[in-house]
Design a protein around this ligand. Sequence first.
Ligand SMILES: NC(=O)C1=CN([C@@H]2O[C@H](COP(=O)(O)OP(=O)(O)OC[C@H]3O[C@@H](n4cnc5c(N)ncnc54)[C@H](OP(=O)(O)O)[C@@H]3O)[C@@H](O)[C@H]2O)[C@H](O)CC1
Ligand SMILES: [K+]
Length: 582
Amino acid sequence: MKDAWSSDEVRKAEEPLIAAGEPLMARAAYALAQTVLREVGARPADGRAPGYRPGRPSGTRLRGSLGSDGLPGRARARARRMAGSRGDVRGAQALLLVGPGNNGGDTLFAGAHLARRGMRVTAVLASTRAHEDGLAAFRVAGGKVLTLADIRVPSVVRSALESDVILDGLVGVGARGALRPPAGGLVRTLAEARETAGERWPYTVAVDIPSGIGVDDGVVLGPVLPADRTVTFGALKPGLLLPPAAHLAGEVELIDVGFPPVSGSEGWGAIWGVTTGRHAMAGTDPAAGRVRRVEPADVAALWPTPSPHDHKYTRGVVGVIAGTTTYPGAAVLATSGAVLAGPGMVRYLGPEAVGSRVLLERPEVVVTGGRVQSWVLGPGVPAVDPEAGPDGDGQARRIFGALAAVTGVLSEDVTGGKMPAVIDAGALTMLEHRLPAWAVLTPHAGELAELLQGLGHDVDRAAVEAQPLHWVRTAHQATGATVLLKGAITVVAGPGDAYAQADAPAWTATAGAGDVLAGILGTLLAGRSADVVEDETLAARLAAVAVLVHGRAAARASAGGPVAALEIARAVPAVVAELLRD
Ligand SMILES: NC(=O)C1=CN([C@@H]2O[C@H](COP(=O)(O)OP(=O)(O)OC[C@H]3O[C@@H](n4cnc5c(N)ncnc54)[C@H](OP(=O)(O)O)[C@@H]3O)[C@@H](O)[C@H]2O)[C@H](O)CC1
Ligand SMILES: [K+]
């Protein structure tokens, strides 16, 4: 599990360590410098480009940029390659963007390391203040200092284009709101120049966070220079996991500066994926609602894996009410997702013609009613239209019946127990009662906006996309349900922690992929039906697991190319097997 700490939590963790004289900044700056040296020093063994920028054609980092030595970037790289061995950074150029606080201090100390290794390092101070010791160390090491007040923004842009690497050290966890002038103007212009420069733009490293993102909520209120890599200290920050800010952070690298582990039960390494750790952290309450990310290694402990004593009813039966004669495909996809995630059984309820199509793809499905341990409600079912009355296929009527069981309107004698559910698409328009946390709503941003509008919030799709965590939490509080907002980074929130999952390739944004996800989650909820009712935080965790499995299945089916939704479902068994094996 990746676990993000708010800026307040980071400060609380820092205070006693700083009071005890732990050299946190020195550790942070050294690790930052090592990362930069590694990246700048990356040399192609075969003479081809170093593959610098994830997601971009390899080796283009230096192409065409004209250095102050008069050599275009590529020629400069070649000259350095000829001059030195792999890892030699002499003559490479770094541009530091330095703010007034400790984030700027980290950056200046790192710059001093780089200068001592032979790099030509220029710091642009964006404020009249700068970290005094950092600045002194930087000057002693031979770094060049400019102030934004003395030079103009266009000359910083020129300097950037001549550089091999940029370090964004304007603000870190001390940031409040959008970047203010003059840093804001500088970053806006640099971000525009980066767009224009494309592959010629230097490798950009954000120090702790990309300056300008909302550290604790991942919102992007103003200009931000997108990073290729963020080197973050002590703990991940929510804004590095949450959209939209997480899209600006590039690869995130967590540096252990000596923070203690979250709790006594899990080791530091288990939590952070790093190697050292000390004492338990006082005052961190998981119930306060962290932002977390479920990782592949977490899946086995949460997956409902059968024992030799299980039979199909103990393993969980998923009831699917999805699809209509107009949209039969959703029924096929949701039932396929459910079956291939491995429940005891899947029941399908719907028009006979749709049930027949389901059986053609998945003969394992039972198309009669009966007891279930979870419901999947709504994929491929249109929104309720109050003017038009009940839909011809009877799906709305069936869903209202199932929802009565989920919301507790029907007694448990009738329903056979408390009923977890996935509530998707058209079923999201059929909510009349407060829901339990073991009901999981699975809207996309447009559907969430409509749901919130119905609850009296003035919000549209763009607003949801700008502040996903806020609106997901708002929807949870308003409905009682766990809420899963589908997107390139999916955000889930219920009581307790929230989860931000970035598991799927962009190809996954295709019709029917959400129906498959609903089916997978239905199987997880059925397999752990009693646990989900017992522990009201579990539904969100299982929802995050479903997103992870779905995303990895999409990646497997896609193999870097297009993917059809049914192929995602078909890839699920192999993905689950792999996750349970590891
Ligand atoms: N986590 C660790 O182990 C360590 C982290 N370190 C680094 O320290 C920063 C936090 O440093 P801090 O000095 O508290 O704060 P910042 O450097 O992030 O920024 C504070 C200054 O920035 C100004 N500010 C705040 N918001 C804005 C804004 N929107 N626009 C422009 N300027 C802004 C603020 O100015 P004021 O006028 O508002 O006072 C502050 O001066 C952490 O992120 C790490 O990088 C340490 O190295 C220790 C180890
Ligand atoms: K920063």
